[in-house]
Design a protein around this ligand. Structure first.
Ligand SMILES: Nc1ncnc2c1ncn2[C@@H]1O[C@H](COP(=O)(O)OP(=O)(O)OP(=O)(O)O)[C@@H](O)[C@H]1O
Ligand SMILES: [Mg+2]
Length: 483
């Protein structure tokens, strides 16, 4: 049956119902009471025979506080693709937190859907307000509904699995369409801005395709992320909170921040950039943690610089004594977050609320960090971001110059084996400096820079060896009593 056919059927059924009501009134007046119950039963059978459809209504707002219904939003998202293909009258709406316009079917439009062989009709309707009144809330009469109509023989399929199916599909579309956010912790909360986090849209273009690093390692990380994303049941089975810690370490400019952005884009997660020095104490840290949603990455960049957490346990006693000496005045300054507070943040009982989270620390000096902070289980995977190798260079050349191979590649490969240069340096030299700069010129600049670096490093080696050998000569001379 076409959607139009369905509409026509309803019109006919409407007039049939009116006729039935009319006959019913006559029966009520003319027939004795004992006949009425028989007639009533047959009339119900007749109506059910003529109209074997069931309707479920999903209103837009629910509850006393007129909250937007989750089911309505899920259906709106679920119907998007079907609406744009089948509906003739569409409505384009800007929906909160969505990165693009959402196309919905216009009022009184009808869309046919199918699920496991069952035909389903979706209609969008709106209650017209009877009275005009001013209110900050939508008029109680002026509410939209989605109506779901299906044949009663499909009752089980619809109620048992179709409703769950649309909720899941709708939520998945919402996650895909939402504008992801980059949050930073708010050092000042006041009565007009009480949230612990501020946010901006997350629009970093980094991806695993553009990341220059060992391809094997890259693939390993991607596989691990996929496993994590699909790991809800696995984490439940092993009785662990659904989160994973990554430690990214390596010299400046090797792509640690770019890796975080690539991970966020790949996972479609929000990023919470936690600046520890702005957090007053451990209890504020806990409050921040509670406000973090699931499907997110919590990042603490340069963890070795954030707080004096490095080898803190060793220093603990010494520090305590110093604190007493300096008095309370001194303690009031800066952050009072302790190592144990941070450890609790990562894997304490509170850290499991929310679920589906990655925690990433970055550092330039892994060796400076306290063992407890980075042990497996807290920072499950340690990823070294290192100097640019030939494979990484090829990715950068493709990104920046769209070149797969060039005559100078052999030379560059050899140079990259001999010297240490960061991907950031390589990228900078491959970037055309003016409109129309030739690929050859960019490669020549890079080769020149690499050769210069090689020469500098040779000179440094020679100098160091010289000092060393002079030193040895001096020592030998001392031993022999020549000096
Ligand atoms: N591995 C890489 N792949 C692609 N681009 C890179 C890579 N490493 C660095 N870059 C380029 O260099 C710039 C700086 O890199 P990034 O900020 O990721 O380095 P970092 O390791 O976080 O440095 P820092 O330790 O100073 O924070 C990036 O904007 C990016 O363009
Ligand atoms: Mg960085």
């Amino acid at each position: 049956m076409t959607p139009m056919g369905m509409g026509e059927l309803w019109t006919q059924v409407g007039s049939l119902m009116a006729t039935t009501m009319f006959i019913w009134t006559i029966i009520n007046q003319s027939f004795p009471h004992q006949f009425q119950s028989h007639i009533k039963r047959y009339l119900h059978k007749l109506i059910a025979f003529l109209y074997p459809y069931i309707t479920i209504t999903f209103p837009e707002f629910t509850g006393e506080h007129l909250r937007r219904s989750e089911a309505f939003t899920a259906i709106q998202n679920y119907l998007q693709s079907k609406t744009s293909i089948h509906a003739k009258r569409l409505k384009a709406e800007v929906v909160k937190d969505s990165k693009s316009l959402v196309l919905t079917m216009d009022d009184n439009e009808e869309v046919l859907d199918e699920y496991k062989g069952a035909k389903i009709w979706w209609t969008s309707t709106k209650n017209i307000p009877k009275t005009q009144s001013f209110s900050i809330y939508p008029n109680s009469d002026e509410r939209r509904f989605y109506k779901l109509t299906f044949h009663r023989r499909h009752r089980d399929i619809i109620l048992e699995s179709f409703i769950n199916h649309i909720m899941e599909e709708g939520k998945a579309v919402e996650v895909k369409n939402r504008q992801r956010k980059l949050y930073m912790n708010n050092s000042e909360t006041n009565w007009w801005h009480r949230s612990n986090w501020r946010h901006v849209p997350l629009e970093h273009p980094s991806s695993f395709r553009t990341l220059a690093m060992d391809p094997k390692m890259k693939q390993e990380i991607v596989n691990e992320l996929i496993k994590f994303k699909n790991g809800k049941e696995y984490y439940e089975k092993v009785g662990k909170a659904w989160k994973r810690g990554f430690l990214l370490y390596g010299p400046p400019g090797t792509g640690k921040s770019s890796m975080i952005a690539a991970m966020a884009n790949f996972m479609e997660y929000d990023v919470y950039d936690l600046e520890l020095t702005c957090v007053k104490d451990n209890s504020e840290l806990k409050k921040l943690l509670i406000d973090i949603s699931s499907k997110s990455i919590i990042v603490i960049e340069d963890i070795d610089c954030s707080l004096d957490l490095t080898r803190q346990r060793e220093k603990e006693e010494k520090k305590e004594k110093e604190a007493i000496k300096k008095g309370e005045e001194e303690e009031k300054k800066g952050s009072k977050v302790t190592l144990s507070g941070l450890l609790n943040f990562i894997d304490g009982i509170w850290s499991s609320c929310g679920g589906e989270r990655l925690i990433i620390f970055t550092t330039n000096h892994k060796e400076k960090l306290d063992e407890a902070l980075i042990r497996r289980g807290r920072m499950d995977k340690h990823i070294e971001m290192s100097y640019c190798g030939f494979e990484g260079f090829k990715v950068l050349a493709m990104n920046y110059l769209d070149v797969e191979w060039h005559d100078c590649y052999d030379k560059i490969e050899q140079l990259l084996e001999e010297i240490e240069v960061t991907p950031a340096d390589v990228a900078e030299n491959l970037t055309p400096k003016f409109e129309g700069e030739q690929v050859n010129d960019c490669f020549k600049r890079l080769v020149d820079v690499l050769e210069k670096k090689k020469q500098e490093s040779c000179e440094n080696d020679m100098k160091n060896n010289g000092i060393k050998s002079n030193g040895v000569v001096a020592e030998d001379a001392k031993e022999n009593g020549d000096m």
